[in-house]
Design a protein around this ligand. Sequence first.
Ligand SMILES: [Ca+2]
Length: 329
Amino acid sequence: MMTFGCGVYLDFPSEGNNPQWKLLTYIDTAVYHLPKYAPIDSVVNLKVKTVYYPQSAKYFYLPASELQPGINEVSYIFYSNGKKRRSFEHFYMVSDIEPRQITIDDYYLLEHDEDAFTQGLLWKDGYLYETTGLIGESSLRMLNPENGDIIRNQPLDKQIFAEGISKRGDEFIILTWKDGLVYKFDAELEQIGVFPYKHEGWGLTTTDDNVLLTSDGTYNLYYLDENFNVDSTFQVYNNRGPVQYLNELEYIEGNVWANVLGSDIVQVIEPTSGKVLMEIDLSGCIDRHRYKKAGVLNGIAYNPHDNLVYFTGKNWPYIVVWRPLFFDK
Ligand SMILES: [Ca+2]
């Protein structure tokens, strides 16, 4: 038991706690002990501005199920006879979901340029679009989704290292890794603008509400506003902890699919909670002994009309095309 503020005490499970945060599991409840001498009238959650009226004169309960996976900064003000008692806590939660394990089989292959250092993949209006990276070699490509043929291969500015690609309305948006720039192209692949971007650019995708969602190689994902500033963020957790190195993204049927740098596992993430729902294993799809140039998995695209998911990687010799059977469509 520890003391917080003057007269409000907090109980929390003792295992795994450290001075920075207290570990809670999904089924735990943090119990605030209220002072006997001055009953609490109301409690205000400062973050979401919710007001609670404790049912008990002795305890205020915070169910862990109300928290998000990851570090939760929880701040309450306890009001008692016109006086305030403030409590500020860091609670650490892991996801309560054990991700469903999926190994993909029953897929087919399209050609892919082994010189393409793939950084992003997108399906839009019947075509695949790909960005490739490396300074001096970055490009924007339009591909035929029937066979993988390159229809257009447009070099990007020589000095940039291109990263993920996605769409916003009819426009294409391309991130750069450390150049601090984001590029906008029209539907004809003509460059129509370059804007500042304050973060490292890794993966990029677009929600069903036409909002950009981006990664930066951490376990955080970021929603961007119209001007490419971070509007809000969420943390990605599985039942073991944070999922680091999130990279190329694709928004598919309400969830975010993300590959993890250096692994052949694609994480399927529920964006409302940040919890990993599934782990899709593609390690059987690429034989790196046979294809010596093949690097990391780094391309995910989705064709909702035919329910096809496309995967490729840096310098892979092919694009893997898979029809998931688990969508309710
Ligand atoms: Ca993508």
